[in-house]
Design a protein around this ligand. Structure first.
Ligand code: OOG
Ligand code: MG
Length: 262
């Protein structure tokens, strides 16, 4: 760790207020260029503690920057991990209020729900598939607290990997029913199909993102609990949305899920 606990708490309070007040800020590595990976995750943990302290429930986890499309778009080369909280959930077909967000973008993702805990090190896609109860379509709404979505990996980790809102739904399917590498996805905005992809865009197999998350948590003495909802990462580039947009994600054999921005 390169920064002290007081600074960690202060940066967590700053980033979380930017989130809750829908205000942007410069990236924190501008002020703390020497911060390390532990500092970045410690700030994210402090944000999580603030939320739990106010009575929020942590409902799941997320992997981000797991596809080349996303890594290229954001100019980083390594995945990152964050958490999702109860108030971030939008009901299927429900409304997402853009006034509560800074500059939202949507990402088509495959969501996993676990039935057994997953613990690294050495977690692999076989273990992930064995521990998965079902998978379903999910749209993540990301909203970096950094001005113009400009950040580096440490800054985005501290900012809970831009987590803001998400919707899951469609048809939950057992992993034995679907080939998650070849499964096709179509993202529609206002009825027009705008981006396309296949599961393999995410690290060759979306379950690899979940394994990577378990191995990351293991280094911190943590695991993925049974019953977790996990977003495995955007398959395509994220798309900016505005009030009035209706977004639908169709996943082959898994139905569709959508939300409206108001
Ligand atoms: C970071 C979060 C990325 C994903 O699915 O790749 C993410 C960002 O791009 O702002 O959630
Ligand atoms: Mg995402």
């Amino acid at each position: 760790m390169k920064i002290d606990q007081g600074t960690i708490e202060r940066l967590a309070a700053h980033l979380e207020s930017c989130e809750l007040e829908a205000r942007d800020t410069g990236k924190i590595t501008d002020e703390y260029p020497d911060m390390d990976w532990d500092d970045a995750y410690a700030i994210q943990d402090a944000i999580r503690q603030r939320k739990v302290g106010r009575g929020c429930r942590i409902v799941g986890l997320k992997a981000g920057l797991t596809s080349h499309a996303k890594m290229k778009q954001m100019g980083v080369e390594t995945p990152c991990f964050g958490f999702i909280a109860d108030y971030m959930a939008v009901p299927e077909g429900g409304e997402c209020k853009v006034a509560e967000l800074i500059h939202p973008k949507v990402e088509p993702e495959i969501a996993f729900v676990t039935k057994h805990a997953l613990r690294g090190p050495g977690c692999h896609i076989g273990a992930v598939l064995a521990a998965t109860d079902f998978v379903m379509p999910g749209i993540e709404v990301i909203d970096s607290r950094y001005r113009d979505f400009k950040f580096d990996l440490k800054s985005v980790i501290a900012d809970n990997t831009s987590a803001a809102r998400f919707v899951v739904g469609g048809r939950p399917v057992a992993v034995s029913e679907v080939d998650l590498r070849t499964v096709g996805i179509v993202l529609e905005v206002n009825g027009e199909a705008v981006s396309f992809g296949a599961g393999a865009a995410v690290l060759g197999h979306p379950a690899a993102a979940i394994a990577m998350l378990a191995n990351h948590l293991a280094k911190r003495g943590e695991e993925i609990p049974a019953g977790s909802l996990i977003l495995s990462g955007g398959i395509t580039e994220a798309l900016a949305v505005k009030a009035g947009d209706a977004v639908t994600l169709r996943v082959q054999g898994m139905g569709s899920v959508g939300l409206r921005f108001v």
